[in-house]
Every structure is written in structure tokens, then in C-alpha cells.
Write a protein that binds this ligand. Sequence first.
Ligand SMILES: [Zn+2]
Length: 177
Amino acid sequence: MLARDANFVVDAIRGRRMEPFSEEWLLWCVRKDIVTGCWEWLRGKDSKGYARVGSRVHKSKLGARAFYEKYRGPLGSLHACHKCDNPGCVSQEHIFPGTAVDNMKDMVAKGRSNPRRGTHHGCAKLNAERVLEIRTKWASGEYTQQALADMHGISQMHVSQIVLRKRWRHLPEQISK
Ligand SMILES: [Zn+2]
């Protein structure tokens, strides 16, 4: 029964509390995918599939944030964003501080339509708007592919494929408003 509550897992057999982030706790809570490198969170997730770490729902913390802060340091006001498009992943290797979100907010403030709402807006995935932004910035000649990659938490190779239209080929040059 306690184990269902779960994120700070109690070992039902031995009846003792596991130390969060200890080796044994990780074995209970995380499955490491050797192919993708994702650390799949096996305990509580929210309705969008984001890992939640903590003993109670209302006190829980976003897993990606908790793991990043544990291993890399405080995020402050930045968001914990996923490079891997897997909201259930808590690998600190796959998480980056959400400066791209700040850029997004900035764009929205400058009059782009359709601001996204919610905690993770602009964060987990590339979407059409961000792909177009990458192409526009690349075309301006003011940004290197590496700079664009860092901005969006993706690889330089991915940026290259976007600007060469090997990915997201179906997109028009502009999103109609
Ligand atoms: Zn991952």
C-alpha cells in the first residue's frame, strides 16, 4: 500500500524507507534504457506523462527538474526541458535549462499568435513554430547552426537537417495567422 504512494518508496519487505537518489531507490524508480539513454521514471506521472517526484501529489516536484538539480545544480527560474521528447525521462543528460522558453515568451510578447499555455510550453518538443524560427534565423546569416542548436536544445546535425529541409519538409515558409 505504501509502495503505491510511491515515489519515496518504502521497501515493503524490509519495511524501511529508501533514501531518495540512493542506488536502491534508483533501481525502484528508474529504468535506464541503454538504447536511447533515457531514464524512464517508473513511479508517479502527471496526466501529460511528466515524471513527478515526491511523496504526495501536491508536494511533488517535476522529475526532470528534481534530477537535474540533484546532479547538476539549481535551475532557479529556468525550466527543465527535454532534449529527448520523452516527458517520462529524468536523465540529467537529456535535460537542459529552459532558456529556449524565454526566447519563446519573448517572441510571443512581440506579437506572434497562439501563445502556448501550461508549465511546459515551448519546452519539450520542436514544433512548427520553432522549426520556422530556426529556418528564419539561419537564413538571416546571424546565427551559426551550433548557436541555434544550443538555443533549442537539439544537436547541430538536427539543425542542419531542418535548414536543408531533410526534416519538417512539409512545412510552408510561414504559418498563416
Ligand atoms: Zn531521455
